[in-house]
Ligand binder design. Structure first.
Ligand SMILES: [Zn+2]
Length: 165
């Protein structure tokens, strides 16, 4: 997230991409949160469905709430001192809530059972639910793995072996 400033901006400072600032004198914490939620959802989706790794959404949201509180205090303090030229950044490293060290693998895989085919009475196991526990907030994160994925040999990208092609 970008930086904010609480005074009238020069024209050049309005150009965010060129190092400008947002005017946060009237900042809406709901807007900030909505923006953060979008970012979190994108990163969470990437971890769960592309990287196939757990991600703690709860810890990410907690970090946003904490930062909003801190920023509110900073703005209030600046206002009290009649200061209007403070810089605030909302940068939060959302990737870290998907880091391997965050999670404990619970090793209690639950089978996913489905009929062998549509309308069939024969039930077969098509995969497992794997559960992970976030060490920070204690949330459980369940992920679904199909048999094919569990049996699939790891690709060079996953093992770190350089491709010979
Ligand atoms: Zn957590």
């Amino acid at each position: 997230m970008a930086e904010g400033i609480i005074r009238e901006r020069e024209e050049s400072e309005k150009r965010i991409k060129e190092g400008g600032f947002y005017d946060i004198r009237n900042w809406q914490k709901t807007d900030v949160k909505q923006l953060a939620m979008k970012t979190i959802t994108n990163i969470e989706t990437n971890h769960l469905y592309k990287l196939r790794k757990p991600y703690c959404r709860k810890c990410a949201i907690n970090a946003v709430d904490k930062r909003i509180e801190e920023v509110n205090i900073l703005i209030q303090k600046a206002k009290n001192r009649g200061k209007s030229d403070i810089k605030i950044d909302f940068k939060i490293d959302f990737e870290k809530f998907g880091e391997k060290g965050m999670f404990e693998y619970l090793d209690n895989d639950q089978p996913i059972n489905m009929p062998e085919s549509k309308g069939s009475h024969k039930i077969i196991q098509t995969g497992v639910y794997k559960e992970f526990k976030c060490k920070e907030c204690g949330s459980n994160i369940a992920m679904q793995f199909e048999n094919e994925e569990l049996e699939k040999p790891k690709t060079p990208a996953q093992t770190g072996t350089p491709s010979t092609q």
